[in-house]
Design a protein. Structure first.
Length: 150
């Protein structure tokens, strides 16, 4: 079942890329496939809010598929915020999983799977522990942020 899910995910990404015709996009990433634009240091929420206790736990951005460094969740209320920009069939899947998780071996369901450009958020329900974010994307620039109420 997990292999079927992975194959379907790969097929959807392949169809999205093939549908773009002659467009060519060049992207770069770290040699190990990890996110080279990720931060995992907790920072106070600087959104100008009313001090509601949300702390940025991890944030990263890119234009290709990436995996974040591991980060710690303390078990509080959590939120995934994301932005996806792209004009021709942008697609991305955002996974938030335990640090030792492997998409190819274990499969999984994305915490978010937007199919059009824009920004949105989704509440998470993760136990305290070490986690990673893995983004699988095509035809888009994206930003992903994990916040936790502390």
């Amino acid at each position: 079942m997990k292999r079927v899910f992975i194959l379907v995910t790969i097929l959807i990404l392949a169809v999205s890329v093939a549908a773009c015709g002659g467009e060519t996009t060049t992207t770069t990433s770290a040699d190990d496939g990890s996110a080279d634009n990720a931060t995992t240091e907790p920072a106070a929420d600087d959104s100008g809010g009313d001090g509601d206790g949300w702390v940025e736990v991890m944030s990263m951005n890119g234009s290709t598929s990436k995996r974040s460094p591991s980060f710690t969740l303390e078990g509080g209320e959590q939120k995934l915020e994301y932005t996806m920009e792209g004009e021709t069939m942008p697609v991305m899947a955002v996974y938030v999983e335990k640090a030792d998780w492997d998409l190819e071996k274990e499969g999984g369901f994305p915490a978010a799977w937007p199919d059009k450009a824009g920004s949105d958020s989704s509440m998470l329900d993760k136990d305290a522990g070490e986690y990673i974010v893995q983004v699988e994307s095509a035809n888009c620039d994206w930003t992903v942020t994990i916040l936790e109420k502390r």
